[in-house]
Design a protein around this ligand. Structure first.
Ligand SMILES: [Zn+2]
Length: 378
């Protein structure tokens, strides 16, 4: 569905509702904090029902489960324990994701095709969870209560809202999107959420890069993921500087557009092949970021035999415990499975180097602080 379709539905609903209500004018400040938690959840649920009715929910139960599992990990660390998040895949080829108030988060099937890894999905969902955590939609509705929707919104606040009205208010808010400030806030939360939930710290960066590629090569929808998001270049710079504070190693060295070296001490791995829309640079981030996650989770004592390969047709993914480390493809040469097992051997060597102290394991300042606290407790 295009923005135009969504707007025309909103207009139709508006025409039905406006005649029966008096338009009331209030100043924006009157409404600050007026939408209760209960109303927020109702707004989100009704908006979600509307989205589900329009697009349909993808029937693939394994996919829905996977997206929900990733989403729930992020929801647990986002700081809004009072709401129950849900994550669903909508049946649309569009590359997009939407966060309704109250924790009803949706990704479009097209996005999963474009960003197939758990890491990338975590990046997108981390950002959307960030919008919900910071109540961006709720605040924007409260701020806009003086507008032509005022009368309906009084209903939202006072509790006399009907389902259709709630859906319309929610849809209109989704359409009008977030401010740049809110988008920057959601990016920041996205990085924080992915790191806190134990995902690849580059997750948000990879998705920001891919969205930039997409915007450069084709027309994109101008709502949801693409609505008023900061300029891609500025966005990537900002996310990168946030990640820099984490002191992520291995390093990702961009030799040129088609060649990246992942380097940790004397250990190196070259990536010279892009897969579809996944450039060598993004694959470098995937590998280096997951290696950092492993160092951080194990405190630098890695079990070399903890790495294993799961083959799936033309690709083979290396895991360490639940952590998705890297996906190899037939295009990498010698068959995905063979290539993945070779890389696994290299990763075991890397683990031995880390364990022996030959590779340093700098951790972010936050980790050091919490370690000190643990020592004090003892
Ligand atoms: Zn956003």
């Amino acid at each position: 569905m295009t923005k135009f379709n969504m707007l025309s539905i909103a207009k139709k609903l508006l025409l039905k509702i406006i005649p029966c209500v008096a338009v009331v004018f209030f100043s924006a400040t009157v409404f600050a904090g007026m939408i209760s938690l209960e109303k927020e959840i109702e707004l989100g649920r009704k908006t979600g029902e509307q989205l589900e009715a329009q697009y349909g929910v993808v029937a693939d139960k394994a996919l829905q489960k996977r997206v929900d599992r990733i989403g729930q990990r992020l929801a647990r660390v986002c700081g809004r324990d009072e709401i129950k998040f849900s994550f669903k895949v909508l049946n649309s080829k569009e590359i997009n994701a939407l966060a309704c108030p109250g924790g009803f988060v949706y990704v479009f099937k097209g996005l999963i095709d474009y960003m197939p890894s758990d890491t990338e999905l975590a990046g997108v969902l981390g950002h959307e969870v960030g919008h919900v955590a910071k109540k961006h939609t709720v605040h924007s509705i409260e701020k806009n209560m003086w507008s032509s929707l005022g009368a309906i919104l009084v209903g939202v606040a006072s509790g006399s809202m009907e389902g259709m009205q709630a859906a319309m208010v929610g849809m209109t808010a989704l359409q009008s999107g977030f401010s740049r400030t809110d988008e920057r806030g959601a990016d920041k939360e996205g990085v924080n959420n992915t790191v806190a939930a134990g995902f690849n710290p580059y997750a948000m960066l990879i998705t920001a890069h891919k969205l930039e590629d997409l915007q450069a090569e084709q027309q994109t929808p101008n709502y949801g993921l693409f609505n008023s998001h900061p300029e891609p270049e500025e966005r990537i710079k900002r996310v990168l500087s946030q990640i820099a504070k984490l002191k992520v190693t291995p390093n990702v060295i961009e030799n040129n557009e088609r060649s990246v070296t992942v380097q940790d001490g004397k250990w190196t791995h070259d990536i010279n092949i892009g897969i579809g829309n996944t450039k060598p640079l993004y694959r470098g981030y995937m590998l280096a970021g997951s290696m950092w996650v492993i160092k951080r989770q194990t405190g630098g004592v890695i079990n070399p035999s903890g790495f294993y390969v799961v083959e799936n047709g033309s690709r083979a993914t290396i895991y360490y415990g639940d952590t998705e480390v890297y996906t190899c493809y037939n295009a990498d040469g010698r068959g995905a499975g063979i290539y993945a097992r070779e890389l696994t051997t290299k990763l075991r060597n890397w683990a031995n180097l880390v364990n022996s102290g030959a590779i340093s394991t700098p951790l972010p300042d936050e980790d050091k602080k919490s370690k000190k606290k643990d020592k004090k407790k003892k």
